[in-house]
Ligand binder design. Structure first.
Ligand SMILES: N[C@@H](CCC[C@H](N)C(=O)O)C(=O)O
Length: 289
């Protein structure tokens, strides 16, 4: 076994990831190993890890192997797994392109949230088919300090609570997860988005991510926000037969989200690889001890 592990570092609207190419699923990425990699002082640093594995080599993805050669085994920075990562899937596709595993055109990627189709151009922004949103009706309240807001429940494969606020500063420092009630609303935790209006079909958000804390962007969160904003604004493509597009500003940049009449959501945004290197396996072994 080599004493080195290849890695790359990338981001999408500053939601940043450690990328671990591991086609045969040979690297033991325990939760402690993921947390060590994501540590911004003692490790590489990132909001999460994109473990790049051939679908056929991963028990959670084998059933998707005929439709998608590669599986995005996404982990949050605390080591927990999540169903889907919208910024991550664009960065994942950018990595596959750079490594020569994908060319311009449509590329299917397996995720725990199902197979997603990424449209890759030679360069520039990347568009991803994010699937449909589910809007469970349950009433939820999100609380930060003395303030509270009703939140819209949006499921993008992973859970989101979207709260429209007067000022993004009202979300506070987001060093701890925002409180919500009822406590039973999200048995597996939730990503919480705070949203303000910027103009017609243009909003800005901050997010506290389950398993990662406040991040500079969340792709699934931006989709959840766009759908929640559209319904609040009385826009439902399924009713009007017309696609609806929202621009969503995040602290790390801008994402453009379109919901089509069939409910399918497309997200467009950047994906950047910033570095490539090798990890010392002995460091990782020591870090998880
Ligand atoms: N940053 C991601 C979402 C990552 C998963 C999330 N923290 C969860 O646990 O559901 C995105 O861009 O969608």
């Amino acid at each position: 076994m080599s004493s080195r592990i290849a890695f790359l570092k990338g981001h999408g609207t500053e939601n940043d990831f450690v990328i671990v190419p591991d086609p045969d699923n040979a690297v033991d990425l325990s939760p402690a190993a993921v947390a060590a990699l994501c540590d911004r002082r003692a490790g590489i640093g990132g909001d999460g890890v994109l473990h790049v594995v051939r679908s056929a080599a991963h028990p959670e993805a084998r059933a998707m192997a005929a439709r998608a050669e590669w599986f995005m085994d996404y982990r949050n920075s605390d080591g927990s797994v999540a169903e889907m990562c919208g910024n991550g899937v664009r960065v994942f596709a950018r990595y596959l392109q750079r490594a020569g595993h994908a060319t311009a055109g449509d590329l299917a990627i397996a995720t725990r949230g199902g197979v997603k189709t990424v449209h890759l151009a030679k360069d520039g922004d990347i568009t991803v088919g994010m699937g449909k949103a589910r809007l469970p009706e349950q009433e939820v309240t999100v609380r930060v300090g003395e303030r509270s807001w009703p939140a819209r429940n949006v499921d993008m494969g992973n859970p989101h609570a979207v709260a429209f606020v007067e000022d993004l500063a009202h979300a506070g420092d987001l060093l701890t997860p925002p409180a919500y009630s009822p406590a039973s609303a999200y048995p597996d935790g939730v990503n919480v988005e705070f949203v303000v209006d910027r103009g017609p079909r243009h909003v800005a958000m901050r997010v506290h991510e389950r398993g990662s804390g406040e991040t500079r962007s969340c792709g699934t969160g931006a989709c959840a926000v766009a759908v929640a904003a559209a319904r609040r604004d009385g826009a439902d493509p399924a009713v009007t037969g017309t696609p609806v597009t929202y621009t969503v500003d995040v602290p790390g940049g801008r994402l453009v989200i379109t919901e089509r009449p069939d409910g399918e959501i497309e997200m467009t945004g950047p994906a950047v690889i910033v570095a490539e290197g090798e990890l010392d396996r002995a460091w990782l072994d020591e870090a998880v001890r």
